[in-house]
Write a protein that binds this ligand. Structure first.
Ligand code: GCO
Ligand code: MN
Ligand code: MN
Length: 388
């Protein structure tokens, strides 16, 4: 019998080169795995059943490569992708590793650093387009502070806006057709990062010159690091038409930046998220931005990658069961209905105003009625735990 949880191209599962290529270095210990050449990463991901591979400019091309080295590396990588039937749906730029970015990139105080960051990003956009990517992620990992003595945060926002506006014009000018996805994170590697949450970016985007070109890339762990509900962030982005990309992984709140295998820490949150993405018909890449435990060799890295996709598909199947469960659906159908003659709120009109102002409400009766959410949640748990 074929595996019902086998990944297929239509699931659009993708991984960053930096995810399977993560060598397990942490602030307390050195690398535990040998470097994984990008072409080997493509082979591994394709073997595991992924559809796409994403990259930062410097995951592929070293920061000081000459133009001819760059072209040779990129050509080799394109051939590897073709050979293994892998696409590059998204690319991004590394504006955090090199010491030049220690005070940030687009928001750094030194105008030369800001200019270099924009130059590096334009070149990364050239690379993205050459590899066929349609989405360009911007993660401002170093755009932040340890001390707010260094600049006023509203100046940082202005600098960020200037850079994103410039990059949008570059895409228009070169007819690249890229769509930008802004990724928020509350902290790490900086003490505090500007635009700490997806919601902050959703408020920033309408202030840009080309808001239609810019959306968000919410990451599960980044919202959870801040103790937030990632589903709510993703849903707000979706409802605003701004869910251009998503970074799936996992994280226990209040800990270091864990980047665990998707669904491995908060299975119930992962369930609601998968259920949402499947129900609304999100059809962008399902990107896993996570890495294997430091205990693993490359066999374990492959297990990690397979595990991310499998858990997603298992949860999607559980979500289907949830939708098809008669008892659950009866409860769901009864939410917020009931026989009532309350006037609808809907759009304002003088008639609705008068109807609402004149209506009589039995507040005490409304507050007495049990809502049945305990039952509904336990049924959810039964579905999730395989007891139904
Ligand atoms: C992190 C971030 C990054 C970005 C990546 C793409 O916490 O390190 O999630 O992995 O997603 O740099 O811009
Ligand atoms: Mn992250
Ligand atoms: Mn990420």
């Amino acid at each position: 019998m074929p595996d019902p949880f086998a990944p297929r191209p239509e699931h659009k599962f993708s991984f960053g080169l930096w995810t399977v290529g993560n060598r397990g270095r942490d602030p307390f210990g050195d690398a535990v795995r040998e470097p994984l050449p990008p072409e080997d990463a493509v082979a591994m991901l394709s073997e595991a059943g992924a559809w796409g591979v994403n990259l930062h400019d410097n995951d592929l091309v070293p920061i000081d490569a000459s133009p001819s080295e760059r072209d040779r590396i990129v050509a080799g990588f394109r051939r590897a992708c073709e050979r293994h039937g892998m696409v590059v749906p998204m690319a991004t730029v590394n504006l955090f590793f090199d010491p030049v970015f220690r005070d940030g990139a687009f928001t750094a105080n030194d105008p030369r650093v800001r200019a270099y960051a924009v130059q590096k990003t334009m070149r990364a956009m050239d690379l993205a387009v050459e590899l066929g990517a349609r989405i360009f992620v911007l993660w401002g990992g170093r755009e932040g502070t340890e001390t707010d003595a260094c600049r006023r945060p509203d100046d940082a926002i202005k600098r960020l806006r200037e850079a994103v506006n410039f990059l949008c014009e570059y895409s228009v000018d070169r007819r690249y057709g890229l769509r930008f996805a802004l990724e928020a994170k509350p902290n790490e590697p900086r003490g505090d990062i500007y635009m700490a949450t997806t919601a902050a970016y959703l408020a920033f985007i309408p202030t840009l010159d080309h808001p239609e070109m810019v959306g968000v890339n919410p990451e599960v762990a980044h919202e959870q690091m801040a103790g937030l509900n990632v589903l709510h962030a993703v849903a707000q982005a979706w409802e605003a038409g701004k869910l251009f990309h998503i970074d799936l992984n996992d994280q226990f709140p209040g800990r270091y930046d864990q980047d665990f295998r998707f669904g491995s820490a908060n299975v119930k949150s992962a369930f609601w998220l998968v259920k949402f993405l499947e129900e609304v018909g999100y059809d962008g890449p399902r990107h896993f931005d996570a890495h294997a435990y430091r205990t693993e060799d490359y066999g374990g890295v492959c297990d990690f990658a397979r595990g991310c996709m499998r858990t997603y598909l298992v949860l999607a199947e559980r979500a289907r069961r949830w939708r098809e469960d008669r008892e659950i659906q009866t409860l769901v159908a009864s939410l917020g209905d009931g026989d009532h003659d309350a006037p609808a709120v809907s759009a304002y009109s003088p008639q609705r105003r008068d109807a609402l102002l004149g209506a009589a409400f039995d507040r005490a009766a409304l507050a007495r009625r049990g809502l049945g959410y305990e039952r509904l949640d336990q049924l959810t748990m039964d579905v999730l735990l395989g007891a139904r």
